[in-house]
Design a protein around this ligand. Structure first.
Ligand code: MG
Length: 305
């Protein structure tokens, strides 16, 4: 066994021990008859963004989603407060919940210009409050895109500032029964935050249960292991997942063999991940065919994981 194999088997062993331990503690707290009950298998809860499903109107797209067993919906955050009623009505009586809210604020949290930072503070808080009304798991945010300037320098002081600011946002989100979700991207789009474990460390250091993170399979080209990335965030911090094809960010499956999510899914299953895997991608093909094929591919790979 070489070092790599040893490390892999050690990580696997530790993870399966963790799963066994939580299963055991669950069983010991049960009555004797309940002991016979099996813990249900982790479910793949798929979610679509606003333009993922084919259809002309929101209702047509939601009808399509329901027919496909898609249980989450991830709208953009722009003008969310003005859309709460529309979205509540559209989802009423359906087996679809708001999964997360995708950004939509003005400004950015690491802006050097106080006016731009103030724009972020007020618009983000409006979105968080609306997200809470809609029962969202959280509001997704990126600390700074490469194109957003002037930006605070990437220093230890900036990280401390970010943790303090995230603490405040997280506490505000908790008051509204939701969270803020840090999304790592990749160095071409946002050099500041590129890896899931780094985002999870910021969550830890922000010291608020309202600060969470996510992984996006497309951006996760920066990771050496999808499996290790999700496990590093773990149950405590991993709140959302985005999925797309892995070369061109179109529908899973449209990039062929590179569209492999099995290792990431294996981590999600081991974590008993209770949240959503949400499509964030376009398509080069006929949407009716590529969306259906992508859903089937992900379900097949979830079974394989
Ligand atoms: Mg994303």
């Amino acid at each position: 066994m070489d070092r790599r194999q040893f490390l892999n088997s050690s990580i696997l062993g530790a993870a399966s021990l963790a799963v066994t331990a939580s299963g055991a503690s669950l069983l010991t707290s049960c009555t004797p008859t309940e002991k016979k009950l099996e813990v249900p298998a982790p479910e793949l809860r798929l979610s679509f963004q606003e333009r993922t499903a084919p259809g002309e109107s929101l209702n047509e797209r939601l009808d399509y989603m329901e027919s496909m067993g898609i249980v989450g919906f991830e709208p953009g955050g722009r003008n969310l407060a003005g859309r709460v009623n529309e979205l509540q009505q559209a989802l009423s009586g359906r087996n679809i919940k708001i999964s997360a809210i995708c950004a939509g604020f003005d400004g950015f949290i690491l802006a050097e210009d106080p006016a731009v930072k103030a724009q972020f503070d007020s618009t983000m808080r409006d979105i968080i409050a609306a997200a809470g009304e809609l029962g969202s798991t959280g509001v997704i945010m990126v600390p700074a895109f490469n194109g957003q300037k002037p930006c605070m320098p990437h220093t230890l002081d900036t990280r401390e500032f970010l943790c303090e600011q995230m603490h405040e946002l997280g506490e505000y989100a908790l008051k509204h029964n939701t969270t803020v979700i840090l999304e790592p991207l990749n160095r071409r789009e946002a050099h500041y935050l590129r890896q899931v474990a780094d985002a999870a460390a910021i969550c830890r250091d922000a010291k608020s249960e309202g600060v969470k993170c996510m992984g996006d399979f497309w951006h996760m080209q920066e990771e050496t292991s999808d499996y290790a990335a999700f496990l590093a965030a773990g149950k405590e911090y991993l709140q959302h997942v985005h999925v797309a094809s892995r070369a061109r960010r179109i529908m899973p499956g449209e990039d062929g063999e590179v569209d492999n999510y099995v290792e990431g899914f294996r981590a999600l299953k081991q974590l008993n991940y209770p949240y959503y895997v949400s499509f964030e991608c376009g398509t080069k093909g006929d949407r009716k065919q590529t969306v259906a094929a992508a859903v089937e591919l992900l379900r097949t790979q979830w079974e394989q994981a």
